[in-house]
Design a protein around this ligand. Structure first.
Ligand SMILES: Nc1ncnc2c1ncn2[C@@H]1O[C@H](COP(=O)(O)OP(=O)(O)OP(=O)(O)O)[C@@H](O)[C@H]1O
Ligand SMILES: [Mg+2]
Length: 237
């Protein structure tokens, strides 16, 4: 039901606006210095909800948080959790949360809307769904302070209203011009691809980080294969 991975990605690999970076850094710093805060009777923040459209780097950011905290990243496999949904939901969810009680880690509830839909829906599923939501909320409230919880969704509006207020909510948007420039630089680094920055800034307007990376890699592969063993000059941006 869970998959544990180690991540060597850091926040330097996350390209986002200063505002987004600042809120993420603030939570990480609190988590790293929780003992100092505890001495003053203050609780450190350790739950973040990343909301935004597909491909803007929500999962990537969760990996960076785990990298920064030097902790394992525990992915929840909703499919296996959901396959045995009816009946054993409660114990399945508890088992998932238990993995981070036993050993501090970053728990990632990715595609969180799969489980956290609003309780006010309709149809047969509602009874079970509300139990799922209530169960998750209870587990979130008892979340161990030594661990870190990241939830990610691209349907923030679908989440039960009780969920966001338990988190530091970070809205991740499509990259603006400055972020696109940095994404282009980051993903073309070391590749034999010649890029006209002005042109690329125009043609990547409205694209996500994921789409920009794919586009650059496509261009690089074409260039490499077209030129056979010929060595091409690395683009200077
Ligand atoms: N802000 C970003 N900075 C650096 N790389 C990015 C960024 N956004 C996306 N990428 C690249 O795109 C890939 C896919 O992004 P990611 O899976 O994190 O998106 P997501 O927001 O989780 O999308 P989804 O909602 O579909 O799950 C990442 O592995 C990374 O290589
Ligand atoms: Mg994702």
């Amino acid at each position: 039901m869970v998959e544990v991975r180690r991540s060597d990605i850091t926040l330097l690999d996350v390209i986002a606006s200063q505002e987004i970076k600042t809120s993420i850094i603030e939570v990480i710093n609190e988590c790293k210095n929780k003992d100092i805060l505890n001495n003053y009777g203050l609780e450190s923040l350790n739950k973040i909800l990343l909301s935004g459209p597909p491909g803007v780097g929500k999962t990537w950011t969760a990996m960076a948080i785990a990298g920064e905290l030097e902790m394992d990243l525990v992915f929840v496999r909703w499919d296996s959790l959901i396959s045995s949904y009816l009946g054993s939901t409660g114990s399945n969810i508890r088992k998932v949360f238990e993995t981070v009680s036993a050993k501090p880690a970053v728990l990632l509830l990715d595609e969180f809307d799969a489980a956290g839909k609003d309780r006010g829906g309709d149809g047969q599923e509602v009874g079970e769904m509300s139990r799922v939501v209530i169960n998750i909320l209870q587990n979130i409230d008892m979340f161990p302070p030594e661990s870190f919880l990241v939830a990610a969704t691209n349907h923030g509006h679908l989440l039960d209203t009780a969920i966001p207020r338990r988190f530091v909510v970070v809205n991740m948007e499509l990259p603006g011009e400055d972020e696109r420039r940095r994404l282009i630089e980051y993903y073309s680094k070391g590749l034999p691809v010649s890029i006209d920055l002005d042109e690329w800034l125009k043609k990547t307007d409205g694209l996500s980080g994921d789409e920009i990376r794919t586009k650059i890699h496509q261009e690089a592969k074409r260039a490499i294969l077209k030129n056979g063993s010929e060595f091409m000059s690395v683009a200077t941006l």
